[in-house]
Ligand binder design. Structure first.
Ligand code: NDP
Length: 263
């Protein structure tokens, strides 16, 4: 039996085990998916091989450590330096990123999006900003602190801090911060957020499983909005296809993964 896991800190509330095990069980794949609470990102590779894993997902705060731990990084992950999916390929650790495509899947029903503001400047923001730029969408980034904005400036992306943002109309505002994940915080002060949200068309949050203060505000202004559940599903389908070496189509994986959302 092949063993897969999600590695992160925290991981106790992750839905990934339910999602992947639902696919394995329904499609009779001889595999099992568990969760591993990993505090020290520098132990990622050692932990992966000591547990005899065939593959894994990586979550906060180890996605950049995962990139550094890989023997080879493929595709989009190489461009952004952020890995969320690991595969054991003949004893070598191979890294991929499925988050950005997962997010594009999630917002497929949003229309006429040309102009996007990402709030946050961590691994998820990097993945989304690069993906939006690849799709020729105009993207800007707002972050609480300055340090992490350097990466985006070097890509030619307009960046803002709470101190210097000017109100402007965006089609889509995305929260990629962890504000609201285990607290009740807004990702930016209300006097900044309210004009941004009241004038935008759509809002999306990467956080799933709860209505964050950011999403509550979007609902107050009657915006079409989404939490991170569809992004989770989208990235999970792509990761699972890598785990089972494309034995089944994305549609079949998705149908069987969705069943876990009913549990
Ligand atoms: P990182 O740790 O890389 O980045 C976190 C970002 O959040 C930083 O920009 C940080 O700002 C900002 N931040 C943290 N706390 C606050 C706060 N209280 N107020 C304002 N800004 C804050 O995280 P990731 O990018 O890996 O993940 C971000 C979120 O996205 C997590 O909640 C994660 O669960 C979710 N996620 C969901 C996925 C899904 O499938 N639905 C997939 C991937 C991620 P600063 O630089 O100032 O510290």
């Amino acid at each position: 039996m092949k063993l897969f896991a999600i590695l992160g800190d925290p991981v106790s509330h992750s839905r990934s085990p339910l999602m992947h095990n639902s696919v394995f069980k329904n499609l009779h794949v001889d595999a099992c998916y568990t969760r591993v609470h990993l505090k020290d990102g520098s132990k990622l590779k050692e932990t992966f091989f000591n547990l005899g894993l065939s593959g894994a997902n990586v979550t906060v705060p180890h996605k950049e450590a995962a990139f550094n731990a890989c023997d080879e990084v493929r595709g989009f992950a190489k461009k952004i330096g952020v890995v969320n999916t690991l595969i054991n390929e003949n004893g070598k650790l191979i890294g991929y990123n499925t988050d950005a495509d997962g997010f594009m899947y999630a917002i497929a029903s949003f229309f006429n999006i040309k102009n996007i503001l990402i709030i946050g400047a961590g691994g998820t923001a990097k993945a989304l900003a690069n993906k939006f730029a690849e799709e020729n969408l105009h993207v800007e980034v707002l972050n609480r602190s300055k340090g992490r904005l350097t990466y985006f400036k070097e890509l030619g992306i307009t960046t803002h801090t709470w101190e210097n943002i000017q109100t402007k109309k965006y089609d889509l505002v995305v929260n990629t911060t962890s504000a609201g994940l285990s607290d009740n915080e807004y990702p930016a002060p209300l006097e900044i957020l309210e004009p941004l949200i009241s004038t935008c068309k759509f809002c999306a949050d990467a956080i799933y499983g709860k209505v964050t203060p950011f999403l509550q505000l979007a609902k107050r202004y009657e915006k079409i909005s989404k939490d991170g559940a569809d992004m989770l599903l989208g990235q999970g389908v792509l990761a699972n296809a890598l785990f089972i070496e494309n034995q089944f189509s994305h549609d079949v994986i998705k149908k069987n993964m969705e069943k876990s959302f009913l549990l």
